[in-house]
Design a protein around this ligand. Structure first.
Ligand code: DQA
Length: 149
């Protein structure tokens, strides 16, 4: 079974309530359910998590070193400055796709810089919850191609 860890960072628990013009109306739980449904169709499983604490996110990235074929991460604002999270992702050496609900390049200047992107396989932003689904499809297809299943 292909296992994908989905990690959400600070404030993403408020998705569907905060700044809905940017992040949409779907709650994080609805996004989780969409992903679980798609994963089942793809013959994969997602382990969906959210924390407001950087250290917890780092622990989870370290945990993904075993038993997971890929990671989808939306690091929230940590995207823009957390070298600790970046180092954890490098150490994990699991394929990672960075996802953002909003288009970080169409907002404040400081949001367009991600310290996470350079260590990711790919980045999807601006497509709302669809971005998570596309990331899942890509990781599953790639795990199958690479025989990681
Ligand atoms: C975000 C974009 C970040 O800049 C912001 O701090 C977030 C959400 C997104 O999903 O669009 O918390 O990661």
């Amino acid at each position: 079974m292909i296992m994908i860890m989905v990690i959400n960072g600070p404030n993403l628990n408020l998705t569907g309530e905060r700044e809905t013009h940017l992040y949409g109306n779907a709650t994080l739980n609805e996004i989780k359910e969409m992903l679980e449904e798609r994963a089942e169709k793809l013959g994969a499983k997602v382990d969906f998590r959210q924390s407001n604490h950087e250290g917890v996110l780092i622990d989870w990235v370290q945990e993904s070193r075993e038993g997971f074929q890929g990671v989808i991460i939306n690091p929230g604002a940590l995207t823009h400055y957390s070298y600790a999270l970046r180092d954890a992702l490098v150490a994990a050496s699991t394929p990672v796709i960075e996802v953002h609900l909003s288009n970080i390049h169409a907002r404040e200047e400081w949001r367009s810089r991600s310290v996470i992107s350079p260590v990711c396989l790919g980045v999807i932003c601006g497509l709302g919850p669809q971005g998570y689904l596309l990331a899942l499809e890509a990781l599953v297809k790639m795990s199958v191609v690479e025989g990681g299943a």
